[in-house]
Design a protein around this ligand. Sequence first.
Ligand SMILES: Cc1cc2nc3c(=O)[nH]c(=O)nc-3n(C[C@H](O)[C@H](O)[C@H](O)COP(=O)(O)OP(=O)(O)OC[C@H]3O[C@@H](n4cnc5c(N)ncnc54)[C@H](O)[C@@H]3O)c2cc1C
Length: 70
Amino acid sequence: MEASCCKYFASEMCGRVADRAVQVHGGSGYMAESPIERFYRDVRLFRLYEGTSQIQQLVIARHLIRNAGR
Ligand SMILES: Cc1cc2nc3c(=O)[nH]c(=O)nc-3n(C[C@H](O)[C@H](O)[C@H](O)COP(=O)(O)OP(=O)(O)OC[C@H]3O[C@@H](n4cnc5c(N)ncnc54)[C@H](O)[C@@H]3O)c2cc1C
């Protein structure tokens, strides 16, 4: 559960940071030549592989429900 929390939080936060970076750099941050574009594309993968964000949510929810009322 802790590992899922860490993976979920870090992946989502990384995505938010990359999205802000594109916004701050404007059109140039969106262009393929930009390292920001590469960063944005690379971190998007974190929400997919090694368990998507939705799967992490399922793992966390199952753990919380199992331990509810203990
Ligand atoms: C670049 C890249 C490298 C990869 N490298 C590896 C590797 O080295 N080793 C390896 O084993 N795999 C690797 N993968 C595969 C990766 O782990 C899978 O893509 C990932 O597990 C998601 O599975 P899927 O693509 O079949 O999507 P799906 O399982 O079809 O999911 C599609 C969408 O449905 C959602 N979803 C699925 N099931 C549920 C559910 N029960 N409840 C709610 N939402 C759900 C998902 O969250 C997602 O948004 C890689 C993938 C990529 C893109």
